[in-house]
Ligand binder design. Structure first.
Ligand code: B4P
Length: 196
């Protein structure tokens, strides 16, 4: 039975960090739309040229472009038995599209894990990441813009997934190992299996 999990939460909540940890533990690929977009920017593809200024402003890349990229990624053989979605969906149309793409394969979402972290902690983390990694979209202004976009466009998805009974809150304001333990325990409980 495929394991398809959405990591949900504000920028800097630890979605990428936790998805990457779980990918190593379970051998299921992490599908990060942020990483896929940054790779397109670095390679100077047509998509990357469109995405670059949008990402640097803190806005969302248009749904159709991100979804086409995600669909291509899901067609790769390693995603046939499940995927850990990191940063997708971020809008209601993206959530509908993900549901549709999975259904075509006879799959449905296993769980949506909401990594909950207060705003001041997020800002601190992203400012620190800017110092270490120098990501172009981690400036204080852009972080504020990304948080606003999250509240407007992405947070409404929480209610949608809550109604579907898929939504599980994880306290993300703890050390990475503790959050990872909780992520795995939640998925074991939800699936009724010992995944690892
Ligand atoms: P993303 O790459 O998804 O950026 P993010 O939200 O900052 O990532 P994440 O939340 O995973 O960061 P992480 O916690 O791992 O997106 C970047 C941009 O791409 C978007 O703004 C948008 O423009 C575009 N984009 C992406 N997907 C899109 C979509 N579907 N539709 C439209 N546009 C899209 O890391 C944060 C920091 O916290 C790290 O430094 C980490 O080390 C630290 N950290 C993590 N867990 C911690 C913990 N427990 N304690 C302390 N520090 C921790």
């Amino acid at each position: 039975m495929p394991v398809d999990v959405v990591f949900f939460g504000p920028p800097g909540s630890g979605k990428g960090t936790q998805a990457s940890r779980l990918a190593s533990t379970l051998g299921i690929p992490q599908v990060s739309t942020g990483d896929l977009l940054r790779s397109n920017v670095a390679r100077g593809t047509d998509l990357g040229k469109v995405a670059r200024p949008i990402m640097e402003s803190g806005a969302l890349v248009p749904d159709d472009l991100v979804t086409r990229m995600l669909k291509e990624r899901l067609e790769e053989p390693d995603a046939a038995t499940g995927a850990l979605f990191d940063g997708y969906p971020r809008t209601v149309p993206q959530a509908e599209e993900l549901d549709r793409l999975l259904r075509i394969e006879g799959r449905t979402l296993t769980a949506v894990l909401f990594i909950d972290v207060p705003d001041p902690v997020i800002v601190g983390r992203l400012v620190k990441r800017a110092e270490i990694e120098g990501r172009a979209d981690d400036t204080p202004e852009t972080v504020a813009a990304r948080l606003r976009v999250y509240r407007d466009k992405t947070e409404p998805l929480a209610e949608l997934y809550r109604k579907l009974g898929l939504f599980h809150r994880i306290d993300g304001d703890r050390p990475v190992d503790e959050v990872a333990f909780d992520v795995l325990a939640t998925l074991n409980r939800v699936t009724g299996r010992v995944l690892a």
